[in-house]
Structure formats: structure tokens, C-alpha cells
Design a protein around this ligand. Structure first.
Ligand code: SAH
Ligand code: SF4
Length: 401
């Protein structure tokens, strides 16, 4: 288990002067800069730009960082190892702001789904999946998705924008808030991790928002904060070939690929990005994935669609394609959504498929659908605002007739 080094207890109060000679005027929240999601370098630059002397900036980042990301503090006034005037200075220039949770649902199986409102009134979904010995947080990287995989509900959503790094980190923070996961000062250290793993498998294509995803994951991995090990983070891509290698070199997390088909003809239909980068191009990029090894295998996600991609021939073809790549295959029973053009493969089909993969020497777990009663499962994520907007539009158009 990766463990964070014990963070230093709040140090002694620093002597003044702490701030360059700047005028401190009250500002509206909108004029203040949100610190959430900034990398250490970005935070340092922001502190300096606001008037923190350069020589102190690195130390200030260290202190603020620990308050925000280790202790979960959201109020500068509570940062008691900073002098009062510096705290006031911070509050004048900065905020520590999270996206707002507008809806929280808890499934009968313990899965939690949060509907989160971000700037502009858009909404994204975050799902927490507790399992034996681990807790996985599924976070979103975009509002909607520009890609149009035919089996994915998110792909039918028209509204799309990239999330900022702050909005991505914010999803992790709000889940920790809801789970009560921040340490309590003075209390014995609790080693249990509720959010022990993060998967970028919510809404959006993370490799189309690479920089923000990378910066957000750097914040989450930082040892003096949330301190999640890089191998506890999995980024899932539909196959944005030119960006794949950067996942290893710039984030270092694990990779999952939405494979879903064993011929280009079928993959073109299911995952249309295949028309740009086909199976051969994708496999080449995966074979070249930096740091690929047996302990850091690539996960091939494979959604089981009745009569489309679930035959024994498909399973054998998949085994052939995987040759030479340290891989595991995650079989995902299709999560049906209203109006979906596919059906879930039968249990027998899925097991027969898994068996062939397994016999060929690859782990082939069948993912248990979780949180189905609250529509929290993979690919069912689609914001409620969009649904409401659409149905209102429908009502309007119907009333015009
Ligand atoms: N855009 C990224 C990550 C988000 S989707 C990607 O496509 O990889 C996370 C996973 O859920 C992907 O493997 C996706 O193909 C799968 N998925 C989407 N819709 C699904 C559905 N209705 N049933 C099962 N899996 C689905
Ligand atoms: Fe986008 Fe992934 Fe859904 Fe495809 S499966 S539409 S890439 S979110």
C-alpha cells in the first residue's frame, strides 16, 4: 500500500513581513483566483503575482498545499501556521472553491453518485464505488464527449466543454468531503483509504483534455496532499493514438483502452475514432507504451453487446491481437440505457468469452454492474440538465405542432 509520509504538523508562526507592499482591497469572489487544481508551480506563480515575496513563495505553497490537500481546509482563516495578515492577504486574492453537488444518490449496493454543477451551469457526474478493500472514484474529464461511440449514453450528449484542472481535482475533494475522509488534527492516524483508486472513466475523453487531466492528477498524486500512488489511477481512452504515450511520460498512471471490437469494420461502428486510428495503429501505440510491464499491464475494456462483438471467434481474434502486450481484459456487460441500440450479451456468452481469454493466459474479469438502480454504471452517465433541457425542448416543439 502506497503511503504518504507523515505531513509535518503546522509549524510555528512566521514573522512579518509576509507580503510585498501591496494594497489590500476587498474583492468580489469572482475576481479572486481559485487555488484548487493549480500545480505547485502554478500556485507559486500566482502567489508571487499577487504580491508574495519570491523568496517566501515556495514555502508558502508548501504550507497552503498541506492545508488544502492534506487537511481538507477550505478557509484561509484556519491556516494557523500562517500569520494573520498573510491569511487576510490570501483571502483577498484567492478562493478555495469546489464545484457544487446538486444531487447525491446512494445505491442499494453502496455506490454513490454525485451530480456536480460547474461554472456555466453545466453538470457532470462522479461515481464512488466501494468494494472489498478498496474504493474507486470514477471522475469526469469533460462535460459530455465530442466522440460518438454508439453504445455510450454520454456520447449522445451534445453539450461539450473541457473541465478545468480545478474542476477535476474538485471531484476528488467533494467525494472525500462526503465520505468524511479528511484527517482530524490531533486524532490517531487512520490508514484506511476510502477513495483508494481513481478511474478517469466518467464523462468525456481524457486525452482530449490532456493538460488539465495531467495537472489534476499531479495534484492528486502529490505526496504532501491526497498522495494517491500513480498506480492507483487509471486513465481510460477510446484510442487517441498520438496522446497515448504522454499518459505514461507526463502522468505515469495506468492505462485502459476502450477496445470493444476485434475487426475494424465493427470497431468503426462502435468506437468511431477507429476510422481515424484503426486497430493496427492503436495496437502499435500500445506496444510502444512507455513503462509497459507485467505489473503495469494495459486494461482492454470490452463491452459485451449481444450479437455484435461477443462470439467465440471474437474472443479468439482478441487473443491474437493482444499477443505481445502485457494486458488484462475487462469484460463489461453492456449497461442499457433508454433508447440504446444494443442489448447486453447473455451471461453464458460473456462467460464463454471470458473463458477463452483466460485460457490464453490473460486475466479476464467480468465487471459486476454497480449502482444500476441509480443509473451510476459505466456509460450511463449523462447530465440531468441535458435530459431536462431536451425534454423541455421536446415539449416546446410538441406544443408548437
Ligand atoms: N472516454 C473514455 C472514458 C470514459 S468511458 C473512453 O471511452 O475510454 C468509460 C468506459 O465505459 C469505456 O470503456 C466505455 O467504452 C465504457 N462504456 C460506455 N458506455 C457504456 C455502456 N453503456 N455500457 C458499458 N460500458 C460502457
Ligand atoms: Fe466518449 Fe468514451 Fe463515451 Fe466514447 S465511450 S462517447 S469516448 S465517453
Amino acid at each position: 500500500m502506497e503511503k504518504a509520509p507523515a505531513p509535518a504538523q503546522p509549524a510555528t508562526i512566521q514573522p512579518a513581513p509576509l507580503v510585498r507592499d501591496v494594497q489590500i482591497l476587498p474583492r468580489k469572489a469572482a475576481d479572486r483566483t481559485n487555488l484548487i487544481g493549480m500545480t505547485r508551480e502554478a500556485m507559486r506563480a500566482a502567489l508571487i503575482a499577487a504580491g508574495t515575496p519570491e523568496k517566501q513563495a515556495k514555502m508558502r505553497v508548501g504550507q497552503i498545499w498541506q492545508w488544502i490537500y492534506h487537511w481538507g481546509v477550505r478557509d484561509f482563516a484556519a491556516m494557523t501556521n500562517l500569520a494573520k495578515d498573510y491569511r487576510a492577504f490570501l483571502a483577498t486574492h484567492f478562493t478555495i472553491a469546489l464545484p457544487e453537488v446538486t444531487q447525491r444518490q446512494v445505491s442499494a449496493d453502496g455506490t454513490r453518485k454525485y451530480l456536480v454543477r460547474i461554472a456555466g451551469g453545466h453538470e457532470v457526474e462522479v461515481v464512488y464505488i466501494p468494494e472489498e478493500g478498496r474504493g474507486t472514484l470514477c471522475i469526469s474529464s469533460q462535460v459530455g464527449c465530442t466522440l460518438t461511440c454508439s453504445f455510450c449514453h454520454t456520447g449522445t450528449q451534445q453539450l461539450v466543454r473541457n473541465l478545468t484542472a480545478g474542476e477535476i481535482v474538485g471531484q476528488v475533494l467533494l467525494a472525500r468531503d462526503d465520505l468524511g475522509e479528511w484527517p482530524v488534527q490531533g486524532a490517531p492516524k487512520d490508514e484506511t483509504r476510502l477513495v483508494s483508486n481513481i478511474v478517469l472513466m466518467g464523462m468525456g475523453e481524457p486525452l482530449y483534455n490532456f493538460e488539465n487531466v495531467r495537472d489534476a492528477m499531479r495534484v492528486v498524486m502529490d505526496n504532501e496532499g491526497i498522495a494517491l500512488g500513480r498506480r492507483r489511477i487509471t486513465l481510460s481512452t477510446s484510442g487517441v493514438v498520438p496522446e497515448i504515450a504522454r499518459t505514461a511520460t507526463e502522468i505515469g498512471c495506468l492505462l485502459a483502452v476502450s477496445f470493444h471490437a476485434t475487426t475494424d469494420a465493427v470497431r468503426d461502428q462502435l468506437v468511431p475514432i477507429n476510422r481515424k486510428w484503426n486497430i493496427a495503429a492503436l495496437l502499435d501505440a500500445l506496444r510502444a507504451y512507455p513503462g509497459l510491464s507485467n505489473s503495469e499491464r494495459i486494461t482492454f475494456e470490452y463491452v459485451m453487446l449481444d450479437g455484435i462483438n461477443d462470439t467465440r471467434e471474437d474472443a479468439h481474434r482478441l487473443v491474437e491481437l493482444l499477443k505481445g502486450i502485457p494486458a488484462k481484459v475487462n469484460l463489461i456487460p453492456f449497461n442499457e440505457w433508454p433508447g440504446a441500440p444494443y442489448r447486453r450479451s447473455s451471461g453464458n456468452r460473456i462467460h464463454a468469452f471470458a473463458d477463452i481469454i483466460h485460457k490464453a493466459g490473460y486475466a479476464s474479469p467480468i465487471r459486476t454492474p454497480r449502482g444500476e438502480d441509480i443509473m451510476a454504471a459505466c456509460g450511463q452517465l449523462k447530465s440531468a440538465t441535458e435530459r431536462v433541457r431536451k425534454s423541455r425542448a421536446q415539449i416546446a416543439s410538441e406544443s408548437r405542432v
